[in-house]
Design a protein around this ligand. Structure first.
Ligand code: PGA
Length: 256
């Protein structure tokens, strides 16, 4: 159940290395989350850990998600995971189109199929978009527009109530807090993203889609990013593996 507060999607990426370590990260997080009512923390863990984490939190205080999903329901697709499979182990969210998957060769067309299938299966779907670099002529805006349109190609409006867009400029990912995008640039880009969504459908639909920022979010910058960035939340990578950082970020978020 989505609460009214800000959203923090933890993207564990291909971490940690064992199920035991995954439990060690999740257990303190559970304790933190129950203390703060005004935050929505979601953990997108490697597929193989999802069921174990769900069993540690049967009440579902921390919704879980996958980091990718395939667009077919079942069949001869070795190594792939379907939306129904994800749901059956306790996931209610999924990330699609992360830049690290795009760099492995995923195209906008494939991502649109994945987003469509996930949304149809009623998974809350976090679509990641973001430019590789910011040029001084503003070409990155066109890049972003094309990426959003192509990654949502064929997705029907009625499914957009479960869509979340995560804006993650690639150049800001995996660094330290000072290298994140400035809150004012985040605000401007989020407005631009909403305009594109409004062009695709209508402004009422567009303004219901939460927009998140991702890229070197940490305890030191999350407050300014959420307040001045005027966004609904954040997608946090490497810092989300550290219980003390999560504790700090959640505490700040709760008061934004
Ligand atoms: P980061 O990663 O927080 O480590 O920059 C964000 C992401 O790639 O989702």
């Amino acid at each position: 159940m989505q609460k009214s507060g800000k959203i923090l999607v933890a993207n564990w990426k291909m971490n940690p290395q064992t199920v035991g370590e995954a439990k060690d990260i999740f257990a303190p997080l559970k304790k933190t989350v129950v203390k703060f009512d005004n935050v929505n923390v979601i953990v997108c863990a490697p597929f193989v850990f999802i069921n174990t984490l769900r069993r540690m939190d049967l009440a579902g205080r921390i919704p879980l998600g996958g980091q990718d999903v395939y667009f077919e329901e079942y069949g001869a697709f070795t190594g792939e995971i379907s939306p129904t499979m994800l749901k059956s182990v306790g996931a209610s969210y999924v990330i699609v189109g992360h830049s690290e998957r795009r760099s492995l060769g995923e195209t906008d067309a494939l991502i649109a199929l994945k987003a469509g299938a996930a949304l149809k299966a009623e998974l809350r779907t976090v679509l990641c978009v973001g430019e590789k670099e910011r040029d001084t002529h503003g070409n990155y805006l066109a890049v972003l527009e094309d990426q959003i349109k192509a990654s949502l190609q064929g997705v029907q409006k009625r499914f957009l109530s479960n869509l979340i867009v995560a804006y993650e400029p690639i150049w800001a990912i995996g660094k330290s807090a000072k290298d994140a995008m400035s809150p004012s640039n985040i605000r401007e880009t989020a407005i631009f993203i909403r305009k594109i969504l409004a062009k695709l459908h209508d402004s009422e639909t567009a303004f219901k889609v939460p927009v998140l920022y991702g890229g070197s979010v940490a305890g030191a910058n999350i407050g300014a990013i959420l307040k001045e960035g005027e966004i609904e939340g954040v997608l946090v990578g490497h810092q989300s593996l550290m219980p003390s950082q999560m504790n700090e970020m959640i505490k700040v978020m709760n008061n934004v």
